[in-house]
Ligand binder design. Structure first.
Ligand code: PGA
Ligand code: ZN
Length: 398
């Protein structure tokens, strides 16, 4: 049972229309498939998503070197499978196989095994007792590297506490609609970015103001509590030692003060990557001065890497971490990071990438990892695929 009997790779498309890899695995009674997302504002310390030869080179490498090693292995040996992927690749950063190939292989095997056992992926990976449904964190207004002509800050986010997961998702969707109406009235021309968030030529503070107003309107008469957040993706703003916004440049101290003022003025519950990806001390200063009210979350700072997280924990940086499995390659690597983060009191935020596919395994992984939040957008088929899977899981574990 659960022996890997067949394994295949193919080229498919992501939400940006770029080719990506998909792996399909068969066990005697199970079938598992996974396709890979891709980032635009990637962190410096992520593994290489693809080898230098691109998707075609990755597929060739897989067929020549990976398939024969995995055939016949038991799908139940996830850690051994993930270790084998590292050994076949032989580099520190998956630069021969491609981290995205390791990612889809690791997840497709776990899925095939769960399906063989007849249980959800989340139960297979996470056990059956402690599963809780994470709250969806979604991008409503966007800019930075995800859109042209938008805000300097990459993402203006919300999450909503409600009676159940359906109502939380519904509140996010209503806020997204409401913000769109306000922007059309005030700016006229609005578009949508890579993650389905609104893009408009407005200032960062204006984006927060319209988001706050829309949240209050949606809260009224409903049993919903909304929270505001931002992903500054500050490494993308950082040039020659300063943070370059559309109309202003800020040095490090000014950036820290700016972040603090945004948190205070707009009661932000969530701030991701407020500083560039090497400034552990700056992250520590912010975390220390803000207390537990606000999640200071490391994405590019940590790149889901346990060694980077250890450095951050020692420095006192952050109280939350973004988990993107394809930043490190395999489920086992990501799990080690999650485990260490939890033992150090961090909030866990399992996240999509800006380029996605309709693959819905993210929802299952967020459940399995005991995530507090799942960051996967609000609108667009490739985002809604994950949200709808959460609703299904809510019927079992909600
Ligand atoms: P990505 O980043 O474009 O690399 O997916 C999104 C994010 O910064 O959270
Ligand atoms: Zn981010």
């Amino acid at each position: 049972m659960t022996t890997i009997e067949d394994i295949a790779i193919r080229k498919v498309f992501d939400s940006r229309g770029n080719p990506t890899v998909e792996v399909e695995v068969a066990t005697p009674m199970g079938l598992g498939r996974c396709s890979a997302p891709s980032g635009a504002s990637t962190g410096k310390h992520e593994v290489m998503s693809l080898p230098a030869e691109g998707v075609d080179g990755a597929i060739e490498f897989f067929r020549e070197n990976v398939v024969k090693e995995l055939l016949g292995m038991s799908g139940l040996d996830q850690t051994i499978i993930d270790k084998t992927l590292h050994e076949i690749d032989g580099t520190e950063d998956f630069s021969r196989m491609g981290g995205n190939v390791a990612y889809v292989t690791s997840i497709a095997i776990a899925r095939a095994t769960a399906s063989d056992l007849g249980i959800p992926l989340s139960s297979y990976l996470g056990g059956c007792f402690s599963l809780k449904i994470p709250l969806p964190l979604g991008n409503v207004i966007g800019g930075g590297k995800h859109a042209y002509g938008g805000t300097s800050i990459q993402e203006f986010l919300i999450f909503s506490e409600a009676d159940n997961i359906y109502k939380s998702i519904e509140a996010n969707a209503l806020i997204h609609k409401k913000v769109g109406e306000h922007l059309k009235e005030s700016v006229g021309t609005v578009g949508r970015g890579d993650e389905g968030a609104w893009v408009a030529p407005i200032k960062d503070e204006e984006a927060l103001a319209v988001l706050r107003e829309s949240c209050s309107e949606i809260e009224e008469g409903r049993n919903v509590r909304t929270h505001l957040g931002i992903d500054m993706a500050a490494s993308e703003l950082f040039k020659d030692g300063r943070y370059e916004y559309r109309n202003v440049k800020r040095d490090r101290d000014e950036q820290i003060e700016f972040v603090k003022s945004l948190i205070k003025d707009y009661s932000l519950s969530y701030v991701e990557d407020p500083l560039e990806e090497e400034d552990f001390e700056g992250f520590a200063e912010l975390t220390h001065s803000l207390g537990e009210e606000t999640i200071i979350c490391g994405d590019d700072l940590y790149t889901t890497n346990a060694k980077r997280l250890k450095k951050g924990v020692e420095a006192g940086a952050c109280n939350g971490i973004i988990i993107k499995v394809n930043q490190v390659g395999t489920l086992t690597d990501a799990f080690e990071t999650v485990d260490f983060a939890k033992r150090n009191g961090y909030s866990i935020v399992v996240s999509h990438r800006s380029g996605e596919t309709p693959d819905d395994s993210l929802a299952q992984i967020a459940l399995a990892f005991g995530a507090d939040l799942i960051k996967c957008g609000v609108m667009g088929g490739e985002r809604v695929a994950k949200l709808n899977e959460l609703i299904r899981m809510g019927e079992i574990f909600g």
